[in-house]
Design a protein. Sequence first.
Length: 648
Amino acid sequence: MIRPILIAAGLPWMACLAHAEAPAKATELFSLGRVWEVKLTFPAGQWEGLEPKGGIGGGPLGGRPGGAGGGLGGGPRGGFNPARMMAPAWLAALDGNKDGSVTREEFMGTFGRWGVEWDGKKEGYLTLDSIREGMNKALAMGGPGGGGFAPRLQAAEGLRNGLSGAAGMNFEYVHADLEIAGTRLTNVAVRYKGNGTFMGARMNDKKSLKVDLNEFVKGQKLAGQGKLNFHNNVTDASWMNEPLSYALYRAAGVPAPRTGYARVTVHAPGAKENAYLGLYSVVENPDNAWAEANFGTKKGAIFKPVTPTLFKDLGDDWKAYHQIYDPKTELTDAQKRRVQDFARFLTKGSDEEFARRLPEFIDVDEFSRFMAVTVWLSTLDSILTLGQNYVVYLHPKTDRFLFVPWDLDHSFGNFGLQGSQEEREQLSIRQPWSGENRFFERVMGVHAVQEAYLARLKEFQQTIFQPERIAKQVDEVAAVIRGAIQDESQEKLERFDKGVAGEAVGMNPFGGGRGGPGGPFGQPPKPIKGFVKERHRSVADQLAGKSEGLRIGQRGPGGPGGPDGPGGRRGGGGPGMFLAEPVRNLADVNKDERVSPTEWTAMAERWWGEWDLDKKGTLNEAQLAEGLAKVFPPPPGFGGPGRLPRQP
């Protein structure tokens, strides 16, 4: 049983540590009451070796300024084009007989059908809005009613899952020394980490890092930790979404990773001379050390799934499950069977049997706590939508699965690719997931789970979810980290101060994204203080029966066709947000901002001729990706035409 640790107000860990020694215990390392001084020293050539390998075209992707480029489809150096993630949706839409390839007949037939279906008003032409709405319906990968953009996130067998991994990028370890508070650890392993945060930092050196202390020197640890994660927080002007969200989960009794802060400096001969990269959050790695600290054993199994169809029956061969569940520990045959047994049970079990036996597979109390915080935070880059950013732990004694959050930079309703600000603030507490989701429909449909979950929401509304309590935490942490942010730049400090005060801040301009009021994703999300007030009010109304809340893509300003929604002018998510305008411009030969049937067919003919390079009469997924990379420029700030100047 996971016991809640409820904190009525204030943060007991805010007592600032006065001593300058390196942390001896995890509780010292993972404290939000101080900022650690960390220095990474790279031998000659190792700093350059951090650059990722792979990607379409075989070259590195998203390199640092002046570094190796390549890009997708031969794009500009350091550029990024999401063609690799779009290709599966295009293949699914164009491949009529589902044989894994697209014939010319299928290609032209689909475009012909789109030209008719997307002209909903029967005007005899397509407009920018009708193309956007049509693409969101035809190319969405999040399931019916998903209301957001769901790119491919599962990588090839053996590679890291996630956005960058699915694009073919491979992050490899290099050698370095790590110094913290004057204590030096030699020959540690360092690599880049992250997906969206890696893309967000593509134009500068402040990328997230994973440090393995014993990859090259066995048994080397710091404060009992063998691995450390340094997160760059490029998506969060406050630097607090992740640390405060993890603290909220732990206060709710969920064994979430612990966090701290560090100023990171880098020295690399000939490349970086004691360069200050900036303030990072230090996040506990969910590994055996984490498991032993929370469960008193290292024998459990740790998974990091990436799938929108969790615990779907895939048969008896573990190979079908391995990449999806991405185990972080060596699995026994019994642990593999437990995953398969639950998948079979969830997929095929009768409703009566499922309700009766579910507690044999899931720790219902812990799951209700996990769901209560996840839903309240409206953290939508998660298990609720894209099927990523969480950890599943199989307890060796109870043989039950527990759920733990991961990668929370988009918490507090901060994921602009899913829904509008209104939808995230008023996210339904009874159906918070997007589209059709067999896992949630079955598990949350069990009365005991629903009852426990709603009970936790009611309890936490009166305790840890109090807006005043969270606002106080924001102010306390801000006082600790403000100096480190000021040392990064005055512009970042100004954005930070606005976020702390509760003023909306546009998208991060330091990694190449637009820094205007809304960037490419419409209106900027509210910072923590503003969000928690509205979210607390919405959840209270839903619990009292005064409101049903909103599902992603349901209605309102961010609903389909609304101004901020998937079909709207400003875009709240969906592939049409990125693709509609370039498609309209490519097809609109006479530049009257309308696409006639003749223009539409001619564009499809051109594409087929340009994409079918080997003249075999079929296109596979890789060829579609190459074709898409040729005709679609990267979104502004992602490299390529129209990108912002690189930041120093």
